[in-house]
Every structure is written in structure tokens, then in C-alpha cells.
Design a protein. Structure first.
Length: 399
């Protein structure tokens, strides 16, 4: 019995050692797979397209046994992993859009899972640092773009803090329907502010990139990514077309952008109160304090866009909006008309009360002229004989 028990014990120890060896093999295989999960693929390279703001990354496929390879990729911006850039890929290339001008890193790792993990848990030391052209601080800054009436894009920016005086820039724009970046040609500068505008009537794109580059390789390219182009929309201010008052209630009407919906409006009353009409409404009824002058302005914006400038201020007097203007126009006219009529009648009355005294000189002159005209005229006959008369003194008078 002792021998049999000893044999049983030996068989038991032999079985335990075999099980242990199998466990070690399973653990080793798991370690190999887990190591492959976090391994970089070989020959990772990248290229920066500064016109479209794309980081073009490629690598080679590695051989991992018993693994359907997937590649987990993500971008880190200024030290923070961007989960929106995280992807699970089967192919060996990747071209994310990146905000050039900021500190950019990226990571590529091989995975045997079909679902990607959280990029925030990655090993930061294994990330690839993106080397950008130009000196830091020389790129354009403070970009501000406005999409006017969903038809024209207007962008303004300032030169880099470390850019040399006289530095010039050029702007490129891109969206998913374009094969390459398009350059903006309407570039102007006013002191330290650069400006460029271009027609933009594409409404369906979800991403637009703006790239600004310098006139030399020493200027660092910068990129801005706009994931919602509707956030750039700004309309011209509305025009108030009707403003009337009945009692303490004021009625306003204004113009609207054509063929656009989901628009929000605000009405400013007396530069202090804000009234919000219903969406897409082109009118509003507002209760105000009676017997007081009030001012009104209106502005509009799209659902995710920017507020327009305020409309021209309209003033509503506490009496009526039309009667004071009519009175100011008609009263001076009526007064002038009455004065003219009064002057005419006063002149006639004066002639009746104080008749004009005749001028004696003119009367006498006229009388003599009439008398001379009535006197008969005598003519001397030319054929009468003329005789001479001689006077002879008497002779007795001679001495």
C-alpha cells in the first residue's frame, strides 16, 4: 500500500508540473499579444501640407501572430490628447487636419481589438513630435473670419510677435470638396492688420481650414480649423420698415434675409431692455410706458452664427409717429399763406381810407399840354407883297 500511494503521489506531482507549464505558455502568449497591442508599427513617416493643414502619416504593416491588426491613432495638441482625432484604422495611412503653429504630436500603435481604447491613457513618451518650419512666434495670429450673408468670407489677422517689420503673408483656404488649397488674392494691409476676402457660397461642408504662410521659410505657417462654418455667419443689420403705436402697445416690422430659416432676432428698447421675438419672426408687439419717447433697434443671427450689427435706431414719440411731422410742415406753410393774403387786403384797405393825393405839377402840365393842342394854327402866305414904309418929317421943322 505504501508503494502504491507513492506512485500516486508521483503521478500527482507530474500532472501539476504539466499544468504549470501550460499556464506559463498561455501567459507568455498573452504577454506577446499585449506587447503587440502597444507596439509601434515600423517605418512611421509624416509630411505636412501647409496649404490644406493636413498631417499625412504613413507606416508599414507588422506581423503579429493570431491578431487581426488594427491601428489606433490620435493627435496631441499643446500637451493634451484630442479624443476627436482618435481613429481605428485598417489601412497604413492617416491624414488628420492639424492646427499648425501649436505644439503637435501624434501616436500610432498596433491593436488586436476592433474597438479603440481611450487615447488619454497612452504612453506620452512614445508619441511622435511634429517638427514645423519657421521660427516660433513669427506666424500670423489673432485670426478673425466673418462669413457675410453666407456669400463672402472676410478674414483679418495680425503678424507674429517675433516677425520682422515688413513681413508679408498669404492666405489659403480648403474644404473637403477641394483637391488642394486655394489662395486668396484680395490681400490688403493697414499698418499691423492684414485682410483678405473671397467668395464663399458652399453651405454643405462641415470643415474649413484657413492657412496663413509667410513670404519666407523663416515665417512659421499657422492653421485654423473651423468644424462648424455656420459659426462664422454674420448678416447685414435688418431695416425697420414699420413702427406704429396704439395706446401702450408698439408694433414693429423689419426686413429678413432671403430664403433662410432658424433665425433669431433681438429688439432693443430704449438702449436697456432686450425683447426676443419668436424664431423666424419679422415683427414684434411690445408694451411700453405711455406718454414717453422710446427708441428701437433690431439685430439678427443664424442658429450658430454671430449677431449682426444693430439696425438704425428708430424713435417713436409718445403722441404719434406722423402727426408732429405733419404739423411742423403745415403750420409754417399756413402762416406764410395767411401773411400774403393779409398784405394784399391791407394794401386795398389803405387805398380806400387814404386815397393818393394827385401831384399838382403833373396836373398843370397835362392841362397846358391839352390847351396848346386845342389852339388854332395860322400860316403866312408866301406870295404876299411886301412894301417898305418911309416916314418923312415936316419941312417947317428944319433950321
Amino acid at each position: 500500500p505504501f508503494v502504491q500511494n507513492d506512485q500516486k503521489c508521483r503521478k500527482g506531482r507530474s500532472g501539476d508540473s504539466m499544468a504549470a507549464r501550460e499556464l506559463l505558455l498561455v501567459a507568455f502568449a498573452g504577454a506577446v499579444i499585449r506587447g503587440a497591442l502597444f507596439a509601434r508599427p515600423p517605418n512611421v513617416t509624416y509630411f505636412i501640407n501647409t496649404e490644406t493643414c493636413h498631417l499625412q502619416v504613413t507606416w508599414e504593416r507588422s506581423e503579429v501572430p493570431n491578431c487581426t491588426q488594427m491601428y489606433e491613432v490620435a493627435v496631441r495638441i499643446n500637451g493634451t490628447w484630442d479624443n476627436n482625432s482618435k481613429r481605428c484604422l485598417r489601412n497604413t495611412s492617416w491624414d488628420p487636419t492639424v492646427p499648425l503653429g501649436k505644439e503637435i504630436d501624434f501616436q500610432v500603435k498596433t491593436s488586436c481589438h476592433k474597438v479603440c481604447g481611450d487615447a488619454s491613457g497612452w504612453n506620452d513618451d512614445e508619441a511622435f513630435h511634429v517638427v514645423q518650419n519657421g521660427a516660433a512666434g513669427t506666424g500670423a495670429r489673432d485670426l478673425n473670419c466673418t462669413w457675410w450673408n453666407r456669400s463672402y468670407m472676410d478674414c483679418l489677422w495680425q503678424p507674429g510677435e517675433k516677425a520682422s517689420p515688413g513681413t508679408s503673408y498669404k492666405l489659403f483656404y480648403w474644404h473637403g470638396d477641394l483637391k488642394k488649397g486655394h489662395q486668396c488674392r484680395n490681400l490688403t494691409s493697414d499698418g499691423s492688420v492684414f485682410r483678405c476676402g473671397f467668395e464663399w457660397k458652399v453651405h454643405h461642408v462641415s470643415l474649413i481650414t484657413i492657412s496663413i504662410q509667410g513670404d519666407s521659410e523663416n515665417i512659421q505657417p499657422t492653421c485654423w480649423l473651423f468644424n462648424s462654418i455656420n459659426s462664422l455667419v454674420k448678416f447685414d443689420p435688418p431695416v425697420i420698415t414699420n413702427l406704429s403705436k396704439k395706446g401702450s402697445e408698439v408694433f414693429l416690422q423689419w426686413t429678413q434675409p432671403v430664403n433662410l430659416y432658424n433665425l433669431d432676432y433681438q429688439v432693443e428698447v430704449d438702449s436697456s431692455q432686450i425683447v426676443t421675438p419668436s424664431k423666424d419672426s419679422a415683427s414684434a408687439k411690445i408694451t411700453v410706458e405711455p406718454n414717453k419717447q422710446h427708441t428701437f433697434r433690431v439685430r439678427v443671427k443664424s442658429e450658430k452664427g454671430q449677431w449682426s450689427d444693430w439696425s438704425k435706431e428708430m424713435v417713436l414719440d409718445h403722441e404719434t409717429s406722423i402727426l408732429p411731422i405733419l404739423l411742423l410742415t403745415l403750420i409754417p406753410f399756413c402762416v406764410a399763406l395767411l401773411l400774403i393774403i393779409l398784405l394784399i387786403y391791407l394794401k386795398r384797405i389803405k387805398l380806400l381810407i387814404l386815397p393818393k393825393i394827385p401831384d399838382p405839377e403833373k396836373i398843370l402840365k397835362h392841362t397846358f399840354e391839352e390847351h396848346n393842342e386845342n389852339q388854332p394854327t395860322y400860316e403866312t402866305a408866301n406870295n404876299e407883297d411886301t412894301h417898305s414904309l418911309m416916314i418923312v418929317e415936316p419941312a417947317g421943322n428944319e433950321k
